[in-house]
Design a protein around this ligand. Structure first.
Ligand code: 13P
Ligand code: SF4
Length: 369
């Protein structure tokens, strides 16, 4: 089993099915056969940002919350998670110890998750607790390493996703007087503002600065402390893009993911998780028009799935999540072949103590209706 908690990248297994061995078309043919052969032992989960050739082999697709809920219900021996590392870790913690979670490419990480490290959170936490006597509840976006979920679990907090952030934050503020939200400043700010918390009551803690760039007085005065992190894909959408689309096509509905910056969300008509966006498009009458601010694979799939509606990306640039894109059909096939040979590869296994603490935070989230 690989030690994903070691700093060394040398033990990162790279599955090798070369193009000389199999063409892309042959990979898809063998994938269909092997999936059928192993259907009683293997289930494939796919996040909405995966490419079409991967989504085609997913038994269950969803946003982060749906995939976490589904993972908790699974009974098959192997769960191949077509998504990014934190999602596979979460699935591992929510499944039983005799089930194995596999990530087809171990380098499929999330740049936002990497923006908060345990040592930085520890430092921030002690500065915040020194600065105020008030009770602070930590909430982490699910896009983070298991060690951070464990921190939250041990400090009375909860995890959230983009689809339940409002409920989780209002729970957190009923448990304490202040909120520390990490790693995504935008999801935190957008959600808190929607809940009626003014921007003046929020401060940003930047881990690259002494004491996060804050004074103790600022911490004491703030209701919400937002971590500096962001998603490099969603950070790229701009208010000007919304204005241009609206000026040229006033009938266009602009809908964005809440990982987008505050001014983009404010200028847009609507915002929500990937599943929320899909549902909005699905329920809209024929002829509706949408400019969507999220990852391009999802936008393109929606455009192809609803030819009776006009669906475009909000951005003229390719907003691709390059880490999600690392999961290729040939790596998925390599994962299946290894299971068939009874030598499974790329198993994601969270150490027991970290999983136990993280589960406190995950269970709190799953209990918040
Ligand atoms: P969703 O929970 O909306 O699927 O978002 C996950 C994500 O990583 C968005 O960038
Ligand atoms: Fe992470 Fe952004 Fe990719 Fe989502 S889109 S997985 S937040 S890098």
């Amino acid at each position: 089993m690989l030690d994903l908690f070691s700093d060394s990248q040398d033990d990162v297994y790279k599955p090798t099915i070369s193009e000389e061995e199999l063409s892309d078309a042959e990979v898809l043919i063998e994938l269909a056969q092997i999936k059928e052969e192993l259907k009683d032992r293997v289930v494939v989960l796919g996040h909405h940002y995966q490419q079409d050739d991967v989504i085609a082999f997913a038994d269950i697709t969803g946003d982060s919350l749906q995939l976490a809920r589904e993972a908790a219900k699974l009974s098959k021996e192997y769960i191949i998670f077509c998504g990014v590392h934190f999602m596979a870790e979460t699935a591992d913690m929510l499944t039983s110890s005799n089930q194995k979670v596999i990530l087809p490419d171990l380098k499929a990480g999330c740049s936002m998750a990497d923006m908060a490290r345990k040592s930085e959170i520890d430092r921030a936490w002690s500065f915040i607790l020194k600065s105020t006597q008030k009770k602070v509840i930590p909430v982490t976006y699910i896009n983070c390493a298991a060690t951070l979920k464990a921190f939250v679990g041990e400090n009375g907090g909860s995890i959230c996703t983009s689809s339940n952030a409002e409920k989780v934050i209002s729970w957190a503020l009923s448990q304490g007087e202040k909120l520390l939200f990490f790693p995504d400043q935008h999801l935190g700010r957008n959600t808190c503002f929607k809940m009626g918390i003014p921007l003046e009551d929020m401060v940003v803690y930047n881990p690259n600065m002494q004491n996060g760039g804050l004074t103790s007085e600022q911490v004491e005065k703030a209701r919400v402390i937002l971590w500096y992190g962001f998603c490099s894909v969603h950070q790229g959408f701009t208010k000007e893009q919304v204005k241009t689309i609206k000026a040229n096509n006033p009938q266009m509905n602009v809908i964005v993911h809440p990982e987008c910056p505050f001014e983009v969300v404010q200028a847009s008509d609507d915002n929500g998780s990937t599943s929320y966006i899909i549902d909005k498009v699905d329920k809209a009458p024929s002829g509706s028009e949408f400019a969507i601010g999220t990852e391009i694979n999802l936008v393109n799939r929606l455009a192809a799935s609803y030819p009776d509606k006009k669906i475009v990306s909000l951005s003229p640039y390719q907003c691709l999540c390059t880490t999600m894109y690392r999961v290729r059909p040939r790596w998925l096939l390599a994962s299946f072949r290894a299971i068939k040979d009874n030598k499974p590869i790329n198993i994601i296994s969270v150490p027991e103590d970290i999983a136990r603490s993280s589960l406190k935070a995950l269970d709190r989230m799953l209990a918040i209706k």
